[in-house]
Design a protein around this ligand. Structure first.
Ligand code: C5P
Length: 337
């Protein structure tokens, strides 16, 4: 890591380079209605997203110019990963990339471009609490955190609207962790509006070995589909009315019964063991159980924190999960610490 500013001046003892740390939340889709594949390859969705209290923390530090300084790109970045997804075989979707294919690095570049900055050098340290390639939008949380952190570090003062537009360019799920809370998403999932949600919810997440790639789950969803129709004959995403009505009541049992994910069946076809984890959670008394996003994490809704602790202990004892996490929701969006 750099110990000097890029001016090359000798740092005074105790000098530390400017740095900003941002915390961003994971998400669970309470509803994920998926329509037919569009001409651009994406699927029209109607989704209800809830930010949950599992977080990644991203620290961006001014660094020494790397080898690409001078006529190099607007931003050079070194990346350090700790926590979830820090180690594993190269090419495994559950291992976080450290090059320019890292979504947080691309986010830093977009902030520099939007603000007309050049010759920026940063070190990104990502402490990951969100499982990787798990259907909880961890990469999107990192990208959202990087947008906020670079805007703060460089004093670029980009508006929330501009940050949200940059987020949507990075991925369908990136605008949501900027905002947090509970939101309805349409289009690719990136067009968000606030949802009236009462009360707090208590979740248990069963983490799985290895990741599932989102495009592969959407491809499986498309198997058997015909032009303009999903495999089950729909021309539109499944509507979210039941989940929206449940959120307005604040009753976890009503929400648990309304949870819906059109990607669940294709995710289970790719990973049959997920069906066993869901069944175990239901047997243990979860109010609702579903695959989170495109999986392979499974999500279980509890009555309250104590019930969540019981569910977590039961799922851990079943041996069906790599690890189990408890989290409350809704959680706030990306926040400078
Ligand atoms: O937007 P993002 O890059 O995160 O999407 C990753 C992939 O997920 C897309 O390339 C596409 O295969 C799939 N996807 C989709 N429909 C959506 C969102 C994502 O088909 N609404």
């Amino acid at each position: 890591m750099s110990t000097e500013l890029s001016t090359g001046s000798t740092p005074s003892p105790g000098f530390s380079p400017p740095r900003v740390t941002v915390r961003a939340p994971a998400k669970v889709n309470l509803h994920l209605g998926v329509g037919p594949r569009r001409a651009d390859g994406y699927h029209e969705v109607v989704t209800v997203l809830q930010a949950v209290g599992l977080y990644d923390e991203l620290t961006v530090t001014e660094a020494e110019p790397g080898e690409a300084a001078g006529d190099g790109p607007a931003v050079t970045a070194t990346v350090e990963i700790s926590g979830e997804g820090a180690v594993g075989p190269a090419g495994d979707p559950a291992v976080v990339p450290t090059g320019t294919d890292n979504l947080a690095v691309r986010a830093a570049l977009l902030v520099a471009e939007a603000a007309g900055l050049r010759d920026r050098h940063i070190h990104l340290a990502m402490a990951k609490g969100i499982p990787v390639a798990a259907g909880m939008a961890g990469g999107s949380a990192d990208a959202a955190a990087a947008l906020v952190a670079c805007d703060e570090l460089w004093g670029t003062g980009l508006s929330t609207q501009t940050l949200t537009e940059l987020a949507a360019r990075l991925g369908s799920d990136v605008p949501f962790p900027l905002a947090g809370g509970t939101a309805l998403g349409v289009g690719r999932g990136e067009q968000l509006s606030l949802v009236a949600s009462v009360g707090d919810y208590h979740w248990v997440f069963a983490l799985a070995d290895g990741g599932l790639s989102t495009p592969s789950v959407y491809r499986e969803f498309d198997s058997g589909a015909t032009e303009g129709r999903t495999a089950d004959g729909r021309t539109e995403p499944t509507p979210a009315d039941a989940v929206l009505a449940a959120l307005a009541t604040g009753d976890p049992a009503t929400l648990g019964a309304a949870l819906c994910n059109d990607l669940q069946a294709p995710a289970i076809r790719l990973r049959p063991a997920l069906g066993d984890v869901l069944a175990e959670g239901r047997t243990l008394g979860a109010l609702g159980a579903l695959v989170s996003g495109s999986g392979p994490t499974t999500a279980f809704l509890a009555r309250d924190a104590a019930h969540g602790a019981d569910l977590a202990a039961g799922l851990a004892a079943s041996g069906l999960a790599r690890a189990v996490r408890q989290a409350s929701a809704p959680a706030p969006g990306a926040t400078v610490l």
